[in-house]
Design a protein. Structure first.
Ligand code: BES
Ligand code: MN
Ligand code: MN
Length: 453
């Protein structure tokens, strides 16, 4: 297989570049046609790689691509999940090269979706070709590549519930996370969940002269800022009553394991251009982004934001606010907690409208499962080092539903890096990681088949 990979490396890269040229932005309805084109391209790529059945399923939103290579009903089946949709590319002016014109610099491929998740799910397509052409298929493989992950997978749950038989598998394999580095491979052992709300504060019935009325009327922007600021105390602990009630605290053993992941805080700060780290007292940086729930403002606006100055007391101010959740917290529960909290703390003089956006449940992978062992062995085989388990800060909203509906565990085998600029300008994927992933995936299938016997 190694020889086949070597021989076809260039083409494997070209094919990924083709996929990256399609601006499959799920959030923006202007790209609806590109979404359809991208689903078609994914379908073609699966057929070319040797899948014997590929189907595009329409949804109320963007289509889902399903594919399969059934080798023998007696063999275990691996369901690969990924997403062909990408985040919007703005701010465009901060990209060194255009987001949908993939460019190679310094051994890295720059494009929106390069790592999240086109470059990663496409490794599984190429791995299928590799295994197929070399008669090395040790498992049945199914693919579920959706187009709505970046908008919270609003239609995937229905699809999964209605197609349990079609999707039936022994394990779900996802490459949509990061590892520490090629030298220090790691496996995500958990993902955080998400609750996302929007809070709109309304004061006077129109924008006012801030000199004529300022001082006598509640300023919605000030009120909103105060409300938000009150959600953390001086230790950066969240103050919303009940927020931590269901948190499953990590055990000392888990914390000790997490501490094994190397993190150079100096480098970390330098990379981000900040002079100090900031977070919940009593926890390390890795813990703050892995095992602890958080509350963040994702956007805040109101009043005059144009050039120069305008003395105005705004009628409205709005914020988008989201919480990352950890095991045992429920997205539904925390969402209503947040909605109620912002209503409750609104002072007289304003009205608050709090509404719900999408969410997702947290997820934890058991480290003693066959699937985790197979992933660990596969990575050890190609990286020459046993991967360490780390808790991922991001979210993949469908995970817990997959487990509930299909009754199987998920294992994450991500080959990205935290520094890949996911959702940011100049998203990239190291070409070395792309090839390493393609090389590693067949070992996962082989070890999983072996350990399943
Ligand atoms: N692939 C990411 C999740 C991720 C990011 C995992 C970084 C590991 C490291 C996924 O595409 C994503 O961005 N998820 C969203 C959730 C969604 C509901 C918009 C997220 O985490 O914000
Ligand atoms: Mn992703
Ligand atoms: Mn993403």
């Amino acid at each position: 297989m190694k020889a086949y990979l070597e021989k076809n490396k260039e083409r494997f890269l070209d094919e990924l570049m083709q996929l990256l040229r399609i601006p499959s932005i799920s959030a923006d309805s202007n790209y609806k046609k590109d979404m359809v084109n991208c689903a078609e391209a994914v379908k073609e790529s699966l057929l070319n790689a040797g899948a014997d059945r590929v189907e595009i399923f329409e949804t109320k939103g963007h289509p889902i691509v399903y594919g399969e290579k059934m080798v023998d009903p007696k063999l275990p089946t691996v369901l690969v999940y990924g997403h062909y949709d990408v985040q919007p590319a703005d701010p465009l002016e901060l990209w060194e090269t255009k987001p949908f014109e993939p460019a190679i610099r310094d051994g890295k491929i720059f494009a929106r979706g390069a790592c999240d998740d086109k470059g990663q799910f496409f490794m599984h397509v190429k791995a299928l070709e590799l295994m197929n052409k070399n008669d090395a298929l040790k498992t049945n493989i199914k693919y579920c590549i959706e187009g709505e992950e970046e908008i919270g997978s609003p239609n995937l749950a229905t699809f999964v519930t209605e197609h349990k038989k079609l999707l039936a598998a022994d394990v779900i394999l996802i490459s949509d996370t990061a590892m520490i580095s090629l030298e220090n491979p790691s496996i995500a052992s958990g993902m955080r969940g998400l609750s996302y709300i929007e809070v709109e504060v309304t004061g006077p019935n129109r924008d006012l002269h801030s000199g004529v009325y300022g001082g006598a009327v509640a300023n919605p922007a000030t009120v909103l800022a105060k409300m938000i600021a009150s959600c953390h105390d001086e230790n950066n602990h969240i103050t919303i009553p009940g927020f931590y009630d269901d948190v499953l605290e990590a055990t000392p053993a888990e914390r000790a394991m997490l501490a094994k992941a190397p993190l150079d805080e100096k480098e970390y700060k330098e990379d981000l251009g900040i002079n100090a780290l900031y977070g919940e007292k009593g926890y390390t940086t890795k813990e703050r982004t892995g095992i602890r729930p958080t509350l963040e403002v994702n956007g805040i606006w109101g009043g005059y934001t144009g050039e120069g100055s305008k003395t105005v007391l705004p009628s409205k101010a709005t914020a988008k606010i989201s919480a990352r959740l950890v095991p045992n917290q429920s997205s539904k529960k925390i969402t209503s907690l947040l909605l109620n909290h912002f209503q409750k703390i609104a002072p007289a003089g304003v009205t608050v409208k709090a509404t719900e956006h999408h969410g997702g449940e947290p997820y934890l992978t058991p480290l003693d499962s066959i699937a985790y062992q197979a992933a660990s062995k596969a990575i050890e085989k190609t990286f020459g080092k046993e991967p360490i388990p780390v808790r991922e800060g991001g979210s993949i909203p469908i995970c817990s539903l997959f487990e509930k509906e299909l009754g199987v565990k998920i294992v994450f085998m991500g080959f990205g890096l935290d520094s890949d600029n996911l959702h940011s300008p100049n998203e990239k994927y190291d070409i070395a990681n792309y090839y390493k992933g393609i090389e590693t995936i067949p070992y996962f299938h082989a070890y999983f088949a072996e350990l399943s016997k």
